[in-house]
Design a protein around this ligand. Sequence first.
Ligand code: PMP
Length: 378
Amino acid sequence: TKKLLMIPGPTPVSRSIQDQMGRETVAFSDANFVNDFNYCLKELKKIVKSDGEIFVISGSGTLAMEMSLANVLRKGDNLLIISHGYFGDRFVDIAKNKGINVDVLSSEWGKTVPIDLIRETLKKKPYRAITVTHVDTSTGVKADIKSIGDMLKEFPEIIYIVDGVCATAGEEEYMDDMNIHILFTASQKAFGVAPGLLILWANEKALRARESIGTIGEYFVDFNNWLPIMHEPSKYFATPSVNLIWALKESIRLINEEGIENRFKRHELFARAYQKALEELGFRILAEEGYRANTLSNVLYPEGVEDELFRTSLATEGVQVAAGLGTFKGKMFRIGHMGNIDKHDLISSIASIERTLYKFNIDKLSIGLNIIQRELVK
Ligand code: PMP
C-alpha cells in the first residue's frame, strides 16, 4: 500500500520538487544558481507582502525561533510570550537560556489567550518584544495575528515576532498589513519542501533593533553575517543548501502558479471539509471553533479507540499521522492537511480512517466520504 504522509510536517514532497533535490549539485557561486537563489528571495518577499529583508538559511524552525530572539533581544530584556501549546512554550526555553526576562500568557490547550489580556499585560512593563505562534502544531489553534498586530500599534516600541512554521503559505499572513516585524517558517511545512531550510523575514524596525544591541553571542544566526549574502548570494558566509534552494524555487513556482490567495482558500476549504467529516465519524476537534487551523487538525478519539493501535492500523491502511503531544498524548492524533496535497489525498485518507474505525467495530463506512464529497463540490 502507498503510505500517505499526513503528519504535520514534513508534508508530501511533490515529484517536481523531488526532482530538484536529485539534480547534480553545483558551486554556490555558479551563475545560474545565484540567479535561482535571487529569484527565491525576491518571490518570498512578495508571498508575505514584505518590503524588508529576507533570510534563507540551512536549519529548521527551531533555529529560526532562536534567530528571531537573538537579533532583537539582549540579556535582561523583557519578552512576552503568547503560548497556545507546546511550540509557544518552546520560546520560553530558548529565551530563558539567553537570560531574557520572560513572561508567559498561556491558554488552556485548544483555547486562545484573549487580546484584552495581552493588551493589559503589555501596559505593565516595558516589553521589548512579543512572540505569537500563528498555528500551534500541538493544539491546532490558530492565533488571530492580524488583530494582535492592530492592537500592537498602541505599543510602537515592541517588536512583533510571529512563528509561522505551521502556517506560512497555508494561512493568510501578510507582514506589512498585519504589522508583523519578524516572521519565519521552515521548508517542510506548507511549502512542501523536504526539511532543512528556514526562511525568516525581518522588517526595518527589526533591523534597527538588531543595530541597537551591538555584538551578539550567536554567530550563525546573526542578521549581520547573512545580510551581505542575501543581497548578493554569490558571496560566502556559510555554505547554502544548494539543492534545497532549488527545491524551494520549484515550490515557489507551484505557489505562484496556484496563486497565494487561491492557496489560502484551498487550505480553508480542505480544512473545513476535513474537520466536518472527522466530526461526523465521531471524533472531536481540539481547537475551539473560530480558531481552528487550516493547516492541520488535532483530533480527539471517540470512546473505545486506543491511540497506538489506531495509528498503527491507520498506517497499514495507508496513512501516516502523528501522535498527540503533552497532556493529549494518547487521547488524540494530529493530521496535517497543508502544502501540496489535493482532493485525492483528502478522499483517500478519510476512506482509510473509516476502514481503520471499522476494525474497532465502528461502522461508519462512507459516512465521512459523503460529507467530504459534498463539501468539495460546493
Ligand atoms: N514552531 C512550530 C509552530 C512548529 O510546528 C514547529 C515544528 N513542528 C517548530 C516551531 C519547530 O520546527 P522544527 O521542528 O523544524 O525545528
